[in-house]
Design a protein around this ligand. Structure first.
Ligand code: CTP
Ligand code: MG
Length: 179
């Protein structure tokens, strides 16, 4: 039972994990905040680019569509899996990108430089963003699909997986800091 829910958790989380990892790869170019400052500090910083945000969102939505297509083939192996309706395909990745941007906004307000590690914020900002946007655009789907166990798995697993992914990206030279 918990194995099935663990798999469903990963299934739902994939479209929220991919955007920020894709942003690391496709990111670069002019920053989203165009260098704008608020009280002497950058609004978002050079780590948030339009290319990263757009590429990340498209990649995440693509993954959600891909999972929908894979679902019939995977279900016989692991049991019932959720289908992502169009609004969720959009809300999960865009929410993840927006959460990450909101996280950077808060980091800059706190005077932290680009790339500074803020333990809980860094690892959950995108998840909170994805949850909030899905709650706004597809509340019915959210409450039907995300059981308390799945929510708990998501909150506990995300910082762990995030940490591992970032260390791998750092070792591969894709990221300047291992967090
Ligand atoms: N990135 C991007 N656009 C985004 C998000 C990320 O281009 N919307 C790229 C940037 O090259 C960024 C890298 O992915 O440096 C890693 O992302 P992240 O860790 O979120 O940014 P940081 O550089 O750590 O900056 P911050 O302190 O603002 O989180
Ligand atoms: Mg970072």
């Amino acid at each position: 039972m918990w194995m099935a829910e663990l798999f469903i958790t990963m299934w739902i989380l994939l479209p929220t994990y991919i955007p920020n990892n894709a942003a690391v790869i496709v990111g670069g170019g002019p920053p989203l905040d165009r260098g704008l400052k608020l009280r002497g500090r950058r609004l978002l910083g050079d780590g948030k680019t339009a290319r990263g945000a757009l590429g990340g969102a498209v990649a995440g939505a693509g993954v959600a569509v891909g999972l929908n297509l894979l679902r019939p083939a995977v279900e016989p192996l692991v049991g019932p899996l959720p289908q992502f309706p169009p609004l969720v395909i959009i809300a999960l990745p865009i929410g993840a990108i927006m959460g990450d941007i909101a996280g950077s906004f808060l980091k800059r307000r706190g005077g932290f430089a680009r790339g500074a590690a803020i333990p809980v914020l860094d690892q959950l900002d995108f998840l909170i963003g994805a949850a909030v946007l899905t709650l706004m655009f597809a509340p019915g789907w959210l409450f039907r699909t995300v059981t308390p166990t799945i929510a708990l798995f998501a909150i506990v697993l995300t910082p762990l997986l995030h940490r591992i992914a970032n260390i791998v990206a750092f070792r591969l030279g894709l990221k300047q800091e291992p967090h």
